[in-house]
Design a protein around this ligand. Sequence first.
Ligand SMILES: N[C@@H](CCC(=O)N[C@@H](CS)C(=O)NCC(=O)O)C(=O)O
Length: 204
Amino acid sequence: MNAPLKLYFSPGACSLASHIALLEAGLEFTTEKVDLAAKKTEAGTDFNTINPKGYVPALAIGDDILTEGTAVMQFIADKVPTKNLAPAAGSVERYRLQEWLGFINSEVHKPLGALFGKPSEEVRNSTVERVLKRVAYIDGKLAGRDFLLGDAFTVVDGYLFTVLGWTKFVGVDISAYPNVGAFLGRVAGRPAVQAALKAEGLLS
Ligand SMILES: N[C@@H](CCC(=O)N[C@@H](CS)C(=O)NCC(=O)O)C(=O)O
């Protein structure tokens, strides 16, 4: 029997990417919301006892806990290989997926996330400049392709969708990047993505 899966998440946070992956994979799972400021889960558990790093996503796999979104998403994809949410382990394409996951993690997710912390104007301006450089790069890569790896959706697309969704909350204008805009619309239109947004209370 498969160990039960439970995703610890915070609405709209980077855990949304793992939530999308779980729904795209069609896996059975439960969720528990985390108050990141109080470090408490919805059931009142001290979240630091679940993930000592104190952040989401955290995926309970039975009694075990897997953290780091880039690992969580690949674990989910590998549970259901028939869904092709990640290229086969060992293939060059799989390393290409990991290349994108690492790029989005360190070059987009982290700098954009830091803007929620209200940095000084100087830090903000240099961070926005850096992020827009990365978005321009992504826009170029998305020319003539539907998703980051080509024609098929993979877990990294849900990740990019999630983190670029933050731009509107931190006042970063990405409207000058048409391929990115089309990509975000394409990903938003996927039933699993709509279901994840609804489950996190992000749709009115
Ligand atoms: N290295 C982690 C970072 C995860 C992360 O930044 N999580 C944020 C939400 S997007 C969080 O939970 N922040 C609360 C905190 O760090 O206290 C990953 O890539 O999964």
